[in-house]
Every structure is written in structure tokens, then in C-alpha cells.
Design a protein around this ligand. Structure first.
Ligand code: ATP
Length: 217
């Protein structure tokens, strides 16, 4: 039934998409019971320097290659590429709200992004419009108590049992433990520039694509 579908949103620069991203999406889909996850490459991520490396089309192509084994759950969406300019998640969420309700929507981010979530544009509005799923990521920590939530988000928490936080907006924040993938796009770009192996970090099809198009030389 369309009404009961749970829709995940997983955005990123994906410069390039790596196995940490795919591991996160697949684990979250299973543990939270999501019907679909929209995989949304940013045209330009807000809190980052202008991107080095491949153009948006090449980043998008790599996303498609990396998710093609999971067509029943992972769905590529070029909504932010079509919109162009800085990719604010609030704009993307407002678009999805034309087709889905707030109860159905689950924004998925890593713990590194949750630590700075109070820097995201209109984060309070976001936390009223979607549920949030925060995953572990090596090098970052999940909150142990309400006081550990970033900035004023602590004041929005009505109840927190260590796994789920109920917010005063009616939405929830759910924390998910992943198998650790100590991988980052920054580290991968560095390895590619210096001809080190990325076999443990990238999908083989993505690796081939990067090599064929000499994306990070
Ligand atoms: P960078 O190295 O430049 O920080 P990144 O590896 O974080 O890049 P992004 O495309 O910016 O890649 O990340 C998109 C989303 O994926 C973010 O929510 C981020 O927290 C999450 N993420 C990235 N890498 C991992 C990982 N290894 N484990 C869990 N989540 C991750």
C-alpha cells in the first residue's frame, strides 16, 4: 500500500560513491524496513569547498554503477542535479513532500554529519518534515544522552532511550550501528592520485569507470 511505504533519502557528494555509502544504505533499509531509498547526488554540497574532480554527470554515473545490484531498494534520483546550484536538503525534502507524507520520509546521514547537523540550512524545519536516521561512522560518535545532541537540537528531544529520540515536532531520530567501514571519499581521492589500491573501498565497476575516464588523475 502506497500509504505505508517508508522512503529513505541518502544524499551526498559521492565524489566518488564508495562501499561505506552502499553498506550504510543496505543495512539501514533492512533494519528500518524501508521500501525504497532515493540516492541523491548533490550538485554542490552546502558545507564544502567547490568540488574538485569529475563533473556531476560522471559522479551520477558512478552512483548508478555502484547501486545496480540493488534495484529493488536503491533508486537513483537526479533531483538536485536538475535543480543545480547549491543543493539544500530542505528543498529536496519539500519536493518529496508533494508525493509522500512526513511520517513516510527518512533522511539518512552519517554520525559525522549529525555532529554538525545544527549547521544545516533550516535544520529545525527539516526535523519537523522528515524522520532522521543517523548511522555510526568511524571517527564520529553517537549521542549517549540528550545533552550530547548538537546545539539546540537537544531542546527538541522529548524522550531518548539511546536508540530512538522522540522530538517535539512529532518526528523521530533513529540511531543505527553499522559494521565499520573506515572509508572516506577524501581518502579515496588521495589514494587514486598516488596510484594506491582502492579495491577495498570502491565497487569494481566504479574503479574501472574512474580508470577509463581518468577522473582523479
Ligand atoms: P568526504 O571524505 O569528502 O568527507 P564522504 O566519504 O563523507 O566524503 P559524502 O558523499 O560526503 O562522502 O557522504 C554522504 C553521506 O554518507 C554522509 O551522510 C556521510 O556521513 C555518509 N558516509 C560517508 N562515508 C561513510 C562511512 N564510511 N560510513 C558511514 N557513513 C558514511
Amino acid at each position: 500500500m502506497a500509504m505505508h511505504r517508508k522512503i529513505g533519502i541518502f544524499g551526498g557528494s559521492f565524489n566518488p560513491i564508495h562501499l561505506g555509502h552502499v553498506n550504510s544504505m543496505i543495512t539501514v533499509a533492512e533494519q528500518v524496513g524501508l521500501t525504497t531509498i532515493k540516492v541523491v547526488p548533490a550538485a554542490q554540497a552546502p558545507l564544502r569547498q567547490k568540488m574538485e574532480g569529475p563533473n556531476p554527470e560522471a559522479r551520477a554515473e558512478m552512483v548508478k554503477l555502484a547501486i545496480q545490484d540493488y534495484p529493488e531498494v536503491l533508486e537513483f534520483d537526479d533531483i538536485e542535479l536538475r535543480r543545480q546550484g547549491i543543493s539544500y536538503t530542505i528543498d529536496t525534502v519539500n519536493s518529496y513532500l508533494q508525493n509522500y507524507s512526513s511520517e513516510q520520509l527518512y533522511l539518512i546521514i552519517g554520525a559525522d554529519q549529525f555532529e554538525i547537523f545544527d549547521k544545516w540550512l533550516k535544520y529545525g524545519e527539516l526535523l519537523a518534515k522528515v524522520n532522521l536516521i543517523v548511522t555510526t561512522r568511524p571517527g564520529s560518535f553517537l549521542p549517549l544522552a540528550k545533552e550530547d545532541f548538537p546545539g539546540k537540537i537537544a531542546n527538541m528531544v522529548v524522550e531518548f532511550d539511546g536508540e530512538t529520540a522522540m522530538l517535539n515536532t512529532g518526528r523521530v531520530i533513529q540511531f543505527i550501528r553499522l559494521e565499520d567501514y573506515n572509508v572516506s571519499a577524501t581518502e579515496i581521492r588521495k589514494r587514486l592520485r598516488t596510484n594506491k589500491s582502492t579495491a577495498d573501498q570502491l565497487d569494481a565497476r566504479v574503479e574501472k569507470f574512474i580508470e577509463a575516464h581518468k577522473l582523479y588523475n
